[in-house]
Design a protein around this ligand. Sequence first.
Ligand code: EPU
Length: 416
Amino acid sequence: MDKIQIDGGRRLVGEVTISGAKNAALPLIASSILVNGKSTFTNVPNLMDIVSIQMLLEDLGASCAFDNNTLTVDGGGINKIEAEYELVRKMRASILVLGPLVARFGHAKVSMPGGCAIGARPVNMHLSGLEALGAQITIDHGYIEAKADRLVGNEIYFDIPTVTGTENLMMAAVLAKGSSVLRNAAREPEVVCLANALIEMGAKISGAGTAIITIEGVESLHPARIDVIPDRIEAGTFMVAAAATRGDVLIKGCVPDQIGGIINKLRATGTILEVGENQIRVQGNDIIKSIDIKTQPYPGFPTDMQAQFMAMMTVAKGNSMIHEAIFENRFMHANELLRMGADITISKGNYAMVRGIKRLQAAPVMASDLRASASLVIAGLIAEGTTVISRVYHMDRGYDGIEKKFSSLGADIQRI
Ligand code: EPU
């Protein structure tokens, strides 16, 4: 199994270009189920999660082709409505096929996503939303089954904003009879990207990017060509890595407006940021000031950046309180950072007190999830000595060519 080896202590210097967003590409690809024809997606990142959803769609009967970051999906051949356990268990986001399948075919059977390293992650709001649209839901032998002759528009209220839940129900409601209103909807840029794509395909949606999304159902959608937005979490990861190594990096091809939470927190650490239209120059400061963080739904500080900031805070001046308020078990990286000499105390399960030390020491560490792996890479870049990170398949799920990108910035990093 692949490992990543990092010889720490080098400043990152140079330019890096951000890839398309995994979490935008996944729902977009699922949306091609709604279309009887060939959808085209450009700027698709080359990742394991993209391979997983492609395999899932092919198993349903769609024809897919991936070339040079362009993915075409012909949903015309879909002749199966069952997303099987073997495919779904590889990636929780497979639940995104549920809404489109029931919307187009009136019937869907999707393996219930199982446990997850970062929290329980139930899908109850996806299911109650579909019920509100008139689907009959049953759970049998580990499968969710949804049936409806045709979905009917309705009001859906989310107890808490859910990203894939909002996306699933938006995809379900676009082909429903009548209008739907999603209240307390997720406002993430990936939700807006999906809404814009569905509008390109002929859907009638307004309000995406706010907490209230209104959808007027249409009879059918047509194929379109959709560009995936840049990955704000990949951009944030390189920004933190640049700052933590006291480097000087130009992050190109990002959308600064979508990463306000990250920019704000990095500035508070004393990092110098020059924000342009599609790029950000990050210049690290010798002294990293400690900051407190609380994760929140967009536009708040993203949970997907918590682990990377924690790595940086291990060498900050002072104490940092990190409150993970989205997922209940997203501190697995803290235990690995402790192995590198970090001073971190976890309390009440989702608060971490990080007391800054002078320098981390390299150690063999293990990635537990995607963002934890990014945290350990940043820790390895600033540590003294050679860090070896195992279970990097987590990283390959969500970062396109990460070690090549870090190498080009001067990091001593290689896959072994
Ligand atoms: N929740 C429920 N019931 C539901 C759905 C969600 O209780 O039916 C809870 C979750 O357990 C969590 C909160 O609501 O406590 C928010 O979860 P959300 O549904 O928004 O998460 P998600 O849609 O499963 C997406 C991203 C995650 C990201 C979160 C939060 C995709 C494919 N995944 O997950 O990305 O952390 O939103 O922003 O978009 C990652 O990329 O590493 C990743 C985990």
